[in-house]
Design a protein around this ligand. Structure first.
Ligand code: MV4
Length: 445
């Protein structure tokens, strides 16, 4: 069993991981940049190491500094959290080379799944429905045109190394193909250092639904159902719910088991998320994430399963602590991402929190590193808190969410709390009628 974990992250997720470690009686090492010296994740850890200046490249992405910190403090394992080094296959490899456990899947699996074409091919081979498109990379405008004509417009040209919506271009007619192709290639080359692209049928108004899976080293794999992450803006999720109101229990059960079986066949070990687009009552695989996700708490709320503890147990070589039959779904949960951003313009807002009051009461969980007087530095992601609320059904969950949003006080910086108040009062949201374009249509770009 792992005895000491170095947490290579900051903010609320570092604290979430610390809490799992405390529950498992594992010692913790925090790392931090110079501007994070007074951060809550540092205060709560058993030990801490300063790994460099504010710029992420020099601290939270500084591989030698992080691995050195783990060696110096005698940590057995490194938890990468999300973002930063969490899906960096080279980092996972280096961690292992230094005799440490990387809390995540094997480096070669991170690399394979990070290649979107490879991931799609793999999932299709093991029997999951994928969005129709090119079998591999598309290497010329002419080939892209021929494929598109065969598939029918509109089509989407995507970067192989992409994800998160960068390096993606729609072509609605043959005239659009040359520009869409060239732009996707150029953007992909710059953003991912890999300019290969592929083609997919473009789904106009899908929902974004993702399944959570857990797999141990003994071939046991289970699913914890899905999350509906359709309410997003510019590829940044804003509000997530579990379960999705469009899936029936019978469909979830059958589809989830199919995914878990497929993942087990792949020999995947760790936690993971399979992303799908949902249109015309069907799910189509688009990509997989090999990390713990921001929105994992809503799944914890409706299943009672501690995903971070399971992730650590898996990395320690333990068996999953529950079987598929023991997974029981109960009620509804919603997560609001509270970003330090202007709720109308989404411009990031750095500063000092002058007054902080956190909501509570039945069904309310807040994952955050905030405290009275804490600083929000401008160098990192603007996510400062996650308000997670559950209820026996979606209606009760929404009522509790509105109550919690009214209680929440975060003075000194702009936050998305007022935006979430509007979303939670929106009649379409209340009825569950939305797709991935809804927020941008209602609240603008
Ligand atoms: C798509 C799509 C429509 N059709 N693929 C965006 C990010 C990346 N994860 C995949 N994305 C999309 N792929 C096909 N064939 C629409 C999107 C998309 C999207 C997907 C999920 C969540 C938000 C999104 C916002 C815009 C576009």
């Amino acid at each position: 069993m792992i005895k000491k974990i170095l947490i290579a992250n900051r903010g609320e997720i570092a604290i979430r991981i610390l809490r799992a470690c405390k529950d498992l009686n594992i010692s913790t090492v925090a790392v931090h940049s110079t501007v994070d010296a007074d951060a809550m994740h540092v205060r709560l850890a058993d030990e801490s190491v300063c790994i460099g200046p504010a710029q992420p490249r020099e601290s939270y992405l500084n591989v030698p500094a992080i691995i050195s910190a783990a060696c110096v403090t005698g940590a057995d394992a490194i938890h990468p959290g999300f973002g930063f080094l969490s899906e960096n296959a080279m980092f996972a490899h280096m961690v292992k080379e230094h005799g440490l456990i990387f809390i995540g899947p094997k480096a070669d699996q991170i690399a394979m799944i990070g290649d979107k074409i490879m991931a799609k091919k793999t999932m299709a081979r093991i029997g999951l429905p994928v969005v129709s498109g090119s079998d591999g990379t598309v290497t010329s405008i002419e080939k892209a045109l021929r494929m598109a004509e065969k598939m029918g417009f509109p089509v989407l040209i995507k970067a192989t190394g992409g994800g998160g919506g960068r390096g993606m271009n729609v072509a609605r007619s043959p005239q659009d193909v040359p520009l869409a192709y060239e732009t996707a290639r150029r953007e992909a080359g710059i953003a991912f250092g890999n300019d290969s692209v592929y083609l997919e049928k473009y789904l106009e108004n899908p929902r974004h639904i993702e399944f959570q899976i857990l797999a141990d080293q003994f071939g046991n794999a289970i699913h914890l159902g899905e999350r509906d992450c359709s309410l997003q803006r510019r590829n940044q999720k804003v509000w997530e719910e579990a379960p999705s109101i469009v899936l029936t229990p019978a469909f979830r059960d059958e589809f989830g088991r199919k995914i878990a079986t497929a993942i087990s066949q792949l020999g995947y070990v760790g936690v993971g998320t399979l992303e799908f687009l949902y249109e015309n009552d069907q799910l189509f695989f688009i990509e997989m994430n090999t990390r713990l996700q921001v929105e994992h708490p809503i799944t914890e709320m409706i299943t009672g399963c501690d995903i971070v503890c399971e992730q650590i147990l898996i990395a320690s070589g333990e068996k999953l602590s529950l079987t598929q039959e023991e997974v029981k779904f109960s009620g509804h949960a919603i997560e609001c991402r509270i970003n330090a951003e202007n709720p109308a313009t989404f411009i990031p807002s750095a500063g000092t929190v002058s007054n902080y009051h956190c909501p509570g009461g039945p069904g309310v969980r807040v994952d955050s590193a905030l405290y009275d007087g804490c600083k929000i530095p401008p160098y990192y992601d603007s996510l400062i808190a996650k308000l997670i609320v559950c209820g026996r059904d979606r209606q009760q969950c929404l009522a509790r969410l509105r109550r919690a949003l009214r209680e929440y006080v975060i003075d000194g910086v702009d936050t998305l709390v007022p935006l979430h108040q509007k979303i939670s009062d929106n009649p379409n949201v209340v009825e569950g009628k939305f797709d991935i374009h809804f927020l941008e249509k209602i609240f603008g770009n």
